[in-house]
Ligand binder design. Structure first.
Ligand SMILES: [Zn+2]
Length: 148
């Protein structure tokens, strides 16, 4: 165990590189400052999303690892007991049937570390978020006249 004298965080490796109180600027940095025992999970999530949508750019947005292509496609974030996936409300609605065993809300799904992480499902969700889709929000096709 090595403790950083500046921020007090503990690491298995001596002089572990971490972002010492600063906000991480890359997904690698973000993962490197998480608890050792969850880092491999976060790396794997990043890898499966990257494999699913290789065209997307990796960045930090809203302080979370983010995949971006002209807009934010999907985020994930490490919490104490779970990884949060933030694919947006439409994706959650679309995948709701397959999320029954997880906690989810309008914009976020929680995958607890205590259960196997469904990497394939995460990849599928990422792909779904990335694919262009036509969302017909209402079926009122009547022509709206511009108001004067
Ligand atoms: Zn430090």
């Amino acid at each position: 165990m090595w403790q950083c004298p500046k921020c007090g965080r503990e690491f298995n490796n001596e002089k572990q590189r971490h972002s010492c109180g600063e906000k991480p600027k890359t997904i690698d940095e973000y993962i490197s400052v998480q608890r050792e025992e969850v880092q491999h999970i976060l790396h794997k999530i990043r890898d499966v999303i990257h494999a699913a949508i290789p065209e997307a750019e990796e960045r930090i947005s809203w302080s979370m690892p983010t995949f971006w292509k002209k807009k934010n496609i999907i985020h994930f974030a490490a919490s104490k007991n779970h990884v949060g996936l933030y694919p947006g409300p439409e994706a959650i609605e679309h995948f709701a049937d397959r999320l029954k065993e997880y906690k989810y809300s309008k914009g976020a799904i929680q995958f607890p570390y205590s259960k196997p992480i469904p990497y394939e499902l995460i990849a599928e969700i990422a792909k779904w978020c990335y694919e262009p889709k036509i969302i017909i929000e209402n079926t009122d096709f009547s022509v709206k006249m511009p108001s004067k």
